[in-house]
Design a protein. Structure first.
Length: 265
């Protein structure tokens, strides 16, 4: 990427709507930092060869930043899965297994398979796929990246949050977790207390199950919104939901480590 293009990308990123970035920069880095702590030595070495001096946490937001480059706009649909309200698991499974439009489910499966089996994969593709896997695994743990198509995963549901006009998706991307005022390293350190049994149980979940889990959280959250531009009692909402957001980040980190270890370790 030449200097002019780098400047353009940085300038556009500054103006990207926050709600396009699942978990925001903070949440994605928390997920990646937690994952880093559970890498096998073999996976760590393989990832260092691909990422160089770039840590998992620093790679975690590349998937959002690069969307500002017109050459990478095609990646936008890779960040989410849209399901229908009230859809059953069987219906969601059928849809995800048959849909050919790029989405988080089919592109994660594709990239994981490529990194595992394609020995001719170029260094550039390996780097892109690792960065995107780190990012999208974080995405699918944000409930509204497995939300409803008709409201664009909560983006069209307008709310008042602490006197500010926003939307349901943005509350879960950034506003909820940023109320804690931690750096990503502080947040990861505070959350990352798991048992081996917990990690093993969480890592057994398939991508399908992870997406369904997020969708069911989103469905319960949709039910709390009763009217347009509903005024949210900010402190009550934080008290009621911060644990869910934090558990999703923790699960995301543990599961990301499991996926990367499965590919490289």
């Amino acid at each position: 990427m030449n200097i002019k293009k780098q400047i353009l990308v940085i300038a556009l990123v500054i103006y990207l709507p926050v709600q396009t970035m699942a978990w925001g920069q903070l949440g994605h880095r928390v997920v990646a930092q937690i994952a880093d702590s559970y890498l096998t030595p073999k996976a760590r070495l393989a990832l260092e060869k691909i990422l160089g001096n770039e840590s998992l946490a620093m790679a975690a937001n590349w998937g959002d930043f690069i969307k500002s480059d017109p050459n990478y706009r095609y990646l936008s649909s890779w960040h989410y899965v849209d399901l229908k309200a009230g859809e059953s698991f069987a219906d969601a499974k059928t849809y995800l297994e048959t849909d050919t439009i790029p989405n988080a489910y089919n592109k994660l499966n594709f990239m994981i398979k490529q990194l595992k089996t394609n020995k001719a994969l170029s260094a550039d593709k390996k780097l892109m796929y690792v960065r995107m896997i780190i990012h999208i695994v974080g995405d699918i743990h944000q409930p509204f990246h497995a939300g409803r198509a008709d409201d664009q995963g909560g983006n069209k549901i307008q709310l008042m949050w602490n006197g500010e006009q926003t939307n349901l998706h943005s509350v879960w991307d950034t506003k909820l977790i940023e109320t804690q005022q931690y750096s990503y390293t502080e947040y990861a350190h505070n959350l990352n207390h798991t048992t081996a049994a917990q990690r093993a149980e969480w890592q057994k979940a398939s991508l399908m199950q992870i997406i369904w889990e997020s969708n069911q959280i989103a469905e319960s959250l949709y039910g709390e919104i009763k009217e347009p531009n509903q005024k949210i009692n900010t402190y009550n909402y934080i008290f009621a939901h911060i644990h869910t957001a934090e558990e999703q980040m923790l699960k995301g980190g543990v599961r990301l480590a499991g996926i990367l270890n499965g590919i490289f370790g």
